[in-house]
Design a protein around this ligand. Structure first.
Ligand code: FES
Ligand code: FE2
Length: 403
């Protein structure tokens, strides 16, 4: 659990200035961050049911997952519910401001004790009306005499590991997970993003016929933007990306405005916030697109089969909305992103899945797609894939990153 008043002082800028400097350097010389080689990934990574079951067990059931922002629980006695890799989760803030996470499953016979989000001092199960408080204790049982031989203190909601890392909510789906430790490598990088102030605007859910990793992959490179998104995003995005790796997590940054006027300005005249999009990649499958005014979170989870997944796209304002106009503007932003993902990225990702299932032997990740290389290595490392199933370098030639 973690307290309301733990929120640290935030620095004035949302995006680290050092990142903007590196990005502008890349814009000026027409290049981008690269890895030394192209590599190949066997398509079995996206089609093998044995690997898929191991991923579900190691990465998801025994992993730590970013599920939202502390700003979603803005005061005492507030709550949110989340679906996390098929597991119903309830997060509460109690009357003292402490956060708690629970399996959203009644300890009588498993029904979900809460739906949606809001304010509540009590959670009443819809089935037989057992009542729980925000710290998970049973505080009401109709016909309680019938359960008198079970110690009521053993019937509280099952607590799940939870950390609020500068307002980023991270949950473990089993007791052996330490969310704080899993995010220690990147925690210091998150203090300027104001996650404790975020207000969710809307969420859209997608059910897709593609392995969950292919859907993560579409967020990891801008190489495709001027082709797949030539009529949409291409007007806004330039592929002069820089990236940083923090343990298994990572971030990458690309310039957002194609007019590139920032390159002609001295640093003291750069606009604030900087004209860029920063993409946080939180292991194993959460992506946040950080824009100057919003955070767009993608939570990507395996489906029932290796070639299926679900995606939750959540749009948040980076601070509580002040007007209906502002809410409408954020809603439009969410609609724009949902349309591009749902109309352009996800359909082509499903095509890639068909290709993988049709006998293609490998996918190839270029030197200009360093995040893809990092993430596939991190996933393989985490599930300790056998050595005959690892990516291999397919070229040793120096790579020219000029565009
Ligand atoms: S399942 Fe919740 S009260 Fe019976
Ligand atoms: Fe895309």
């Amino acid at each position: 659990m973690t307290a309301l008043d733990e929120a640290p002082q935030r620095s004035a800028t949302r995006f680290p200035p050092e990142l903007t400097r590196r990005m502008v350097d890349r814009m000026r010389d027409g290049s981008l961050d690269t890895f030394p080689h192209a590599v190949a990934e066997p398509t079995s990574a996206f089609t093998d049911p044995v690997r898929f079951e191991r991923e579900r067990d190691v990465l998801f059931r025994h992993g730590a997952h970013v599920v939202g922002w502390a700003g979603e629980l803005p005061g005492p006695n507030t709550f949110v519910t989340k679906e996390v890799a098929g597991v119903p989760v309830l997060i509460t803030r109690d009357g003292h401001g402490e956060l708690h996470a629970f399996l959203n499953a009644c300890t009588h016979r498993g029904a979900q004790v809460a739906q949606g989000c809001g304010e509540a001092r009590r959670f009443t199960c819809p089935y037989h009306a057992w009542v729980f408080d925000p710290i998970g204790d049973v505080v009401g049982q109709p016909e309680a005499w019938a359960f008198a031989d079970i110690d009521r203190s053993t019937l509280g909601l099952r607590q799940l590991p939870l950390a609020s890392i500068h307002g980023l909510l991270v949950v473990g789906l089993s007791d052996d997970v330490d969310p704080q430790a899993e995010f220690a490598a990147i925690a210091d990088q998150l203090d300027s993003f104001g996650y404790d102030q975020h207000e969710v605007i809307c969420t859209e859910t997608f059910s897709l016929r593609a392995n969950w990793k292919i859907i993560v992959d579409v967020n990891l490179e801008a190489y495709h933007v001027k082709f797949l998104h030539r009529e949409s995003l291409n007007a806004f995005v330039m592929n002069h990306a820089v990236h940083d790796i923090f343990g298994r997590h990572a971030r990458w940054v690309f310039p957002t405005f194609a007019d590139a006027s920032i390159v002609d300005l001295p640093e003291e005249e750069w606009p604030e916030p900087a004209p860029l999009t920063l993409v946080h990649m939180f292991f194993p499958s959460c992506v946040i697109l950080e824009t100057p005014v919003s955070s767009q979170m993608l939570r990507i989870y395996p489906g029932d089969r290796v070639g299926e997944c679900t995606v939750e796209l959540t749009e948040a304002s980076i601070r509580p909305v002040q007007s209906e106009e502002e809410r409408a503007a954020r809603g439009l932003g969410a609609g724009f992103t949902g349309k591009i993902l749902g109309g352009e990225d996800f359909p082509v990702a499903q095509q890639c899945q068909r290709g993988a299932e049709s006998g293609l032997q490998q996918f190839v990740f270029g030197a200009i797609e360093p995040m893809l290389q990092h993430w596939h290595a991190a996933w393989r490392d985490a599930i300790a894939a056998p050595t005959d199933d690892v990516a291999v370098s397919i070229t040793m030639a120096p790579v020219d990153s000029e565009r």
